[in-house]
Write a protein of this length. Structure first.
Length: 69
C-alpha cells in the first residue's frame, strides 16, 4: 500500500480523530476509506458523462419524437 502525507488544520484533524474513534477505526483508515469512496464516485461520474455523450444522439432523437405534433 502506498503512503501519502496530508496536512490538516488542527480543527479538521481533531474531527477526523473523533469520527474515527466513533467508527472504531484509525484516522488513517478513515481517510483511506473516504478517499476510496471519492474515487468510486468520481469513476461513476466519469462513466455517466461518457454514457451521456455516447447516447446524446439517441436522446436528441427521442426528444424530437416527443415534440412532434
Amino acid at each position: 500500500m502506498n503512503e501519502l502525507a496530508v496536512k490538516l488544520s488542527a480543527d479538521v484533524q481533531e474531527k477526523v480523530e473523533l469520527i474515527a474513534m466513533e467508527k472504531g477505526v484509525t484516522p488513517e483508515d478513515l481517510i483511506s476509506e473516504m478517499a476510496s469512496e471519492m474515487v468510486q464516485q468520481y469513476d461513476a461520474y466519469k462513466r455517466f458523462l461518457e454514457m451521456q455523450e455516447r447516447d446524446k444522439d439517441k436522446i436528441d432523437a427521442a426528444l424530437a419524437l416527443l415534440q412532434r405534433d
